[in-house]
Write a protein of this length. Structure first.
Length: 305
């Protein structure tokens, strides 16, 4: 019997439980994959690099296993500044602590950042390579050079072409992860999706709207702080602040006559109501706080690990 068999000698099915780190450079689809895996929007997405800035846990419970997926900030080679250092440190630490690591790369290109990250991943646990966005590659034969090159960089346990957007071969990826998890009991209830509370999810959804509606105009050194979160029986009241570093950036976020911030608040509120299943009252402000992104103490105060 192999180490990955799911049935014990007496015929009973073995239950497995453990942490699966999802790592990769920015914009390879890690957050889209997490959301696909758990069937719920937990991790925010946009076309801007470094959209994910926190460790996000997504729980998938099956009859034979509970997988605790950890989405991480995109690893990048540009390490200057406290914010970038903290994000890279989070990504590497999550990989070190997980039972299984899934490295995600883009099917259309293998970069120096992929190469670097692959070399940083632990050698003492299974590392799978998920080649994402295969639906963007018409000629699948073009995937072979990427797979061959990746195989020379490190000995991945498995290399799986997937599409996080369409779900193609995602179930296979899950099966391969389950086979490598340790035996163990559930850590979370069957209907749990994450360990993050409503307050955190609210700040992330607001930040997603900033990324999506401002695009390249959004200052990299911006974040969202929930000042007050009131849980009423059939209503949530949320008061949040967008932090930027300069007055010119504040003007970008506000927009002419405050139109941009109004639209950001409206779209965030709609998503929050969908997520929480109840009406949400949301007030959004913009404040200037110079230098916050270059100060690790400030970063910790704003929830960066």
């Amino acid at each position: 019997m192999s180490e990955h068999d799911d049935a014990s000698a007496d015929g009973e099915r073995t239950f497995r439980c453990g942490y699966v780190a999802i790592v990769g450079r920015p914009n390879v689809g890690k957050s889209t994959l997490l959301n696909r895996l758990v069937g719920q929007k937990l991790s925010i997405t946009s076309r801007r690099p470094q959209t994910t800035r926190h460790r996000i846990l997504g729980v998938l419970t099956r009859p034979d296993a509970q997988l605790l997926f950890l989405d991480t900030p995109g690893y990048q080679t540009r390490t200057g500044g406290a914010l970038n250092r903290v994000l890279n440190r989070t990504a590497q630490q999550v990989a070190q602590d997980a039972d299984v690591v899934v490295m995600v790369c883009d099917a259309t290109s293998w970069t120096r950042a992929d190469e670097q990250l692959a070399g940083l991943l632990p050698d003492d646990r299974p590392v799978l390579l998920a080649v994402n966005k295969v639906d963007a590659v018409r000629d699948k034969a073009k995937l072979l050079p990427l797979v061959e090159h990746a195989s020379k960089v490190r000995a991945f346990d498995e290399i799986v072409p997937i599409s996080a957007r369409s779900g193609r071969q995602v179930e296979l990826l899950v099966d391969l992860c389950v086979a490598r998890l340790p035996e163990g009991e559930r850590v979370h209830a069957d209907d749990d999706l994450t360990d993050r509370g409503e307050r955190f999810l609210a700040s992330e959804l607001i930040r997603e709207k900033l990324f999506r509606l401002l695009g390249d105009e959004l200052p990299y050194a911006s974040t969202v702080v929930i000042e007050r979160f009131e849980e009423l029986p059939k209503l949530r009241r949320v008061f949040a602040t967008v932090l930027v570093e300069r007055d010119a950036q504040k003007a970008i976020v506000l927009g002419a006559s405050g139109e941009r911030i109004k639209r950001i608040a409206t779209e965030a509120r709609i998503d929050l109501e969908r997520l929480l299943g109840m009406p949400v009252y949301l007030e959004l402000f913009v404040k200037v706080r110079s230098g916050w992104a270059d100060d690790e103490q400030s970063l910790r105060a704003y929830g960066y690990e």
